[in-house]
Each structure stands twice: as structure tokens, then as C-alpha cells.
Design a protein around this ligand. Sequence first.
Ligand SMILES: [Zn+2]
Length: 197
Amino acid sequence: MVFAYYNRLSASRRRTYRKSDTLRSLPLPPNVSPAEVLARLALALKHDRRMETQSACQELIDQLARGYAVPPIRVSVLAARPSNDYGELHGYYEPLEENKLAHISVWMRTAQRKQVVAFKTFLRTLIHELCHHLDYELFLLPETFHTEGFYKRESSLANALLEQMTPPEAVGKAAENMSARAEALELARRLSRTTRP
Ligand SMILES: [Zn+2]
């Protein structure tokens, strides 16, 4: 499925769009262990601490940029989201320029009710902006489009990060379930062997 604006693009921009659309997943890079910084980010956001939120975001983005071997990005966390007639701005990405690092801005509070943004929404916005950077610096696309593939990459990386945050008890439960399932499977296998003529 392509979005409606595809039809208004030139032939070369359509090629970029289609390339973007075919890249459907974005796994966590190897050698990245973001659990601790994610926990710190969630806590700082919950307690409405802007500077701590910003430094946690910067650390997370530094880890990911190193992991994907792309140029670093500066992250700014700002207070309330600006709004205009088009709606609220969640985040903003400015690509790398000659003497200037690429820059991500994200907002901590909603424009309307000035409430702190929910953690998952906030993380998704941050990863959305990182995905624009990766379009240029990792996938070497000449332009970064919002395609279905783009949103899939965003979701797959955001979900991979959220999985890293699974509380230890849940990991224990999952392991228990897993070994229970493995035992059940082994039993079924043995039974199938013994009942075979
Ligand atoms: Zn975007």
C-alpha cells in the first residue's frame, strides 16, 4: 500500500519512496544494552524532570547511533509541544549539515493539557525521529519519507526496545512457561514414538 502523496512525486522520488517502503524491519543493533538507560528515561519522564529526561534520551540515541555505526545526533528535550492549525508537533528532526550535527527535538508535554507525554508515546516519537536519521545515514536514501515501511521500522525498533524493559519477574515467568512448554513438547514426542506401530 502506498500513501496518497506518492502519486504527486516525481519518478526519482518515487524510487526513493519504494526503496523506503521495502525496508520493513529494524532490529536492535548487536552490542547494545539499553535496559538501564530506558528505565532511567521512564523514571525521569514520570517525575517530569526535563534535564534527566534529556540526558537519558541522549545516552539512548548515542548507544543506538554507535550500534548502527551512523554519525551522532544531538537530542533536545523541550517543555510543552508547540501547536498550530495542523495539530501538535511531537518531535522534529534536522539532518546533518556541514558543521552541524543532526538534531532531534522532542517535547515532554502535550500542547493542549500540558500533561507529561506517556512513556511509550514519548519513546515512539524519539525512535520515529531516529528513523529519519537512519534513512539518510544507514540506508543512504536521498530523502526520508513516511512510508508504510518507515512506520514498520519505527514500530519494530520501538518494540525491541520495550522488550528490553521487561521486568525481571516477567522474564522468570516467561522462562518457566518456556521450560513447561519444552517439557510438554518432549513428552508429546516420546509418546508419539512409543505409540507409533
Ligand atoms: Zn516524521
